[in-house]
Ligand binder design. Structure first.
Ligand code: BGC
Length: 318
């Protein structure tokens, strides 16, 4: 019953956007995982990150905005850090009238991209509405932008090897893929070394910058070495494959602000280029390592889901 209900919801959402949420070039079929993801679970986790704020509980059958719910009373929360008006965030506005006048939603607003990968999002009383449904919290929470907040995730991979030979898994018999993982300083969770797209920045530049800063500590390297690292990254990142583009089930999401990302794969088939890099955590990363990809991993936000898409495409162990 439940699966049928969520499948119907997915179909309704796809119909709403008049195109698949999960792009055909990234995902070849809609698996149960994707349907579940559409019900964003982490975005409804009880305690809002870095706070003691509790979300208004939203059951699965009430996630969809199309389901009427008169008693829905989301908590209003914007983190104190945002009220200090950091440069990476929208300014606080007195009311929705002002918000709507100043910010240009569903378009490129100066240097800030307020378009969503999921299509055109609705504005309700001037506020952008989360395209994947209710989260139990309104306002911006920890997110800087009203509406979509854009990130980019570089998935750098190689085949696991021992004594020069590719290692296959005992059960599946398939080769094991490894990716460069970081342990995030903010919540101690393992993740892809992604980050936010700066205003005016191209996604391709964000991918390179974040990988350099978080896994090669490029910010702290002497100028001469930094140049070498930059060249290596440019070489590796010349050819990438898109793994995912769209909404992310992130614990920071709210009814009015949410994360979206573009995840790209850069694969070192022989393990001779980036596979040999000496990794060093920097910036937002507390630790960095090559991690075997397997289904038991519980990574930050929807990162396990991105890796699953990649493993399927490469016919690697899962
Ligand atoms: C992270 C990305 C992640 C995105 C959405 C960003 O803060 O750096 O790795 O995909 O949030 O969760």
């Amino acid at each position: 019953m439940w699966n049928l209900a969520v499948a119907a919801r997915l179909a309704a959402v796809q119909q709403l956007h008049r195109r698949p949420i999960f792009k055909a070039n990234c995902v070849t079929f809609v698996s149960l995982m994707e349907i579940v993801k559409c019900l964003h679970l982490k975005a409804r986790s009880e305690v809002y990150p870095c706070s003691a704020v509790l979300r208004f509980p939203v059951p699965d059958d009430k996630v969809d905005w199309a389901v009427p719910w008169t008693n829905y009373n989301p908590v209003d929360y914007t983190a104190p850090a945002l009220l200090k008006q950091p440069s990476w965030a929208d300014l606080p506005y007195r009311d929705e009238g002002e918000l709507n006048k100043v910010l240009k939603f569903n378009q490129l607003d100066g240097d800030v991209d307020r378009r969503s990968h999921t299509g055109k999002y609705n504005l309700i009383n001037g506020f952008p509405r989360n395209p994947c449904g209710r989260t139990g919290l309104k306002g911006r929470g920890l997110l800087g932008r009203w509406g979509p907040n854009h990130a980019a995730d570089p998935i750098v991979t190689r085949w696991k090897k021992e004594s020069g030979k590719t290692v296959t898994h005992n059960c599946s018999g398939k080769p094991i893929l490894q990716f460069v993982a970081i342990c995030r300083k903010d919540n101690k969770e393992w993740a892809i070394p992604g980050g936010m797209v700066d205003p005016g920045e191209k996604v391709s530049a964000t991918l390179r910058r974040e990988f350099g800063e978080e896994t090669l500590n490029s910010l702290d390297l002497p100028e001469a070495e930094r140049q070498g690292v930059k060249e290596l990254i440019n070489f590796l990142f010349e050819a990438g494959e898109m793994v995912y583009q769209g909404y992310v089930d992130d614990p920071r999401n709210t009814d009015n602000a949410w994360m979206e990302t573009v995840a790209m794969n850069y694969h070192d088939e022989t393990g001779e280029s980036v596979g040999k890099l000496s990794l060093q955590a920097g910036d937002d990363a507390g630790a960095v390592k090559w991690m075997d990809i397997e289904k038991e991993q519980n990574l930050y936000a929807s990162h396990t889901h991105f890796l699953h898409q990649l493993v399927k495409a490469k016919n690697a162990h899962w």
